[in-house]
Design a protein around this ligand. Sequence first.
Ligand code: ADP
Ligand code: ZN
Length: 760
Amino acid sequence: MAAQQNLFTFEAEPWEADDRRDRLIATVVFPAGVEQPFDYEVPEPLRASIKIGQRVEVPLGRGNRPTVGYCVKLAPNTTSQHKLKSVGRIIDERPLLTPAMLNLTRWMADHYLCTWGTTLQTVLPAAVRAKQTLREITQVTLHPQVHQRLAASQPPKITPKQQAVLAYLTKNPATISLADLARQCECTPGPIQSLAKKGLIKLTKRFVGEGVGVEADTPSEAQLKLNQDQTRALAAIIDPMRAGEHATILIHGVTGSGKTEVYMQAIDETLSFGRQAIMLVPEISLTPQTRERFQARFAQVAVLHSHLRDAERLWHWERIARGEVSVIVGARSAVFAPCSRLGLIILDEEHEGSFKQSETPRYHARDVALWRAREESVPLVLGSATPAIESWHRAQSGQAVLCELPRRVSNRPLPDVLTVDMRDARQVRGALSRQLQNAMKQTLADRGQIILLLNRRGYSTHIQCPGCGFVVRCPDCELPLTHHRTGEIAVCHYCDHSERAPAACPQCKLPGLRYSGMGTQRLEAEVKASFPEARVLRMDTDTMKQPDSHARAFEAFSKHEVDILLGTQMIAKGLDFPNVLLVGVVNADTALHLPDFRAAERTFQLVTQVAGRTGRGERGGRVLVQTLNPDHYAIQAASRHDYAQFAAQEMPLREGGHFPPIWPLARVIVRGPNEQVAQATAQTLADQVRKNLEQLTPDLRLLGPAAAPMPKLRNLYRFHFLAQAADEGHLRTALRQAQLSAAPPEEVQWVVDIDPQEML
Ligand code: ADP
Ligand code: ZN
């Protein structure tokens, strides 16, 4: 019988050889199926080679099914006579996880209330879990002198098969693997190898995935001389680094204020200590522009983007673990880069929602980075023009050092922002007010470029019958479908259900459904009609489906092959085009009235970010913000580029409602195929959590349960409630107790989202 082990008593103590006296006990965590770790005896032959962080195969359950798990602890046992099952075999030659990473995964399981096995799986790339070693392949290239040699009077004797191989390589100059070449030429490796012996082709060995996403070049760019604000920010990072201490540094700097230059010099300093730096950016910012900037500066940069294939990811992972890569640039999951000599973590655009994972484990890269930076005693840099209120609060309360970069480099002014009151009906013809139309005309006449933001894709947002009022809805989610002109389809933006757009009302059969609301696709049509001469490009998830479509769109825009770039929030991020003289926010209110305590913050961030896309060049720039709420503090503050004012008005609201960052928040989502059962389960769970909380603290709050703002998704009814306590530990204990004791009906699933970023 395997003894049960408390999930959270693990300590990553190294196993000393001298201690191997009596019995050696391995604690094993399973990736799925079994939640709690089990203890196993390590048999004599495995004692010398077993290490924590390796995977092992152990017998599990009544049937002793051989099952793979992670060895998370090794300890001698000299007292207990308890009989244990034995470890079957060791799977990995070397540990996949360092003690530090094991600690991190255990903390994540604890913090995000999921199993340890889940977090272990999360930090290891699939390929690392699937294969143990890198796979080597042989690559074939034509020898550079082959042309001269063939032309020579005495050609080496070659067979027809060899001739075919040479002909193929001459026609297809790209490198090819030996196996693929043999397949293409329908021959065995024999003729290819003899050609190599004759010196006509070259064979080189390399790993599968090698080289992709590596920016290894000779750095060509030198450091810039920092201005005073930058110098101060750099010192705030370097001082704790030299002292070997953790510190969180929040760099609040408007776009173009020189934050990235500070990051790069901080990385230089990290490298001079022989340490590694992790730089996290939103996936959308992993543009060629960003990559080239880092490539110009550092010799060994690994760029971990989501389009890497498994083998490529594996190759990077191994090199990072061996310390052969000094700078890792990547999206959210790069926070798990297995650096052995970590020296610095940076989160750029730290307010970005995409740093939070939306499925289990629902971790936030900022929180994971903070934990890791503390554990490894290294600085954490958070940078943004619009910091998350949570980060701002940390700085205000002394948990982070605030560094302000209030001015743009070279003192270029921030663009003027003008709000256009859309309540004034005379202004409005379609989506574009007269002011915005005029500004566009003027900009095009000046040969400037324009960015138009509309954070809603599709053609129309609603398809409604003017006769009976029927709204065409998703059969699975019951949310209104959005009309897409391409293919005349109606699409659900939540579950991707799509159907033919109906010609007549499905309910009263009246022909002539009304398509109302404005999406990017309709905006594009309107802009093209109003400015037939202009070259227009639309960017949203519908037009940007290919892996390289972003890069191509940005390239076209930067070469001024496009006059007007319009799209959803993906155009608001990190682009630096000096010729953009006008930014138009078509509807600033799209996010303002969502049932989410961050609605104002999101609106402020989006408008500020997109406004930062202009005024980068010599010719300045301006911004027009169309809104029905011109007096709203988020819109007002954004139009004055005044973060501090926004925060000053937002914070009392958070305090009044006890919302984060004042009290921590957990959201529980309950979903099931039967509406009544799901609702009743949500109620039972909420009661349970409240009871648990009441036993711990009077400082608690429970909101709901209620139907989620998205009440049905993929045929499941959704209810949610919010739980809060002044003390984070109390909140987690109450939820953990509920997880252990609750017995919801089998078809009902429930998930806990700690620090939720979205409320849908
Ligand atoms: P941010 O990351 O805040 O948007 P960047 O670091 O990209 O700002 O800087 C904006 C521009 O100013 C870049 O072109 C950068 O090369 C330049 N720059 C940054 N710091 C300096 C400096 N100290 N002296 C001169 N140019 C600078
Ligand atoms: Zn749907």
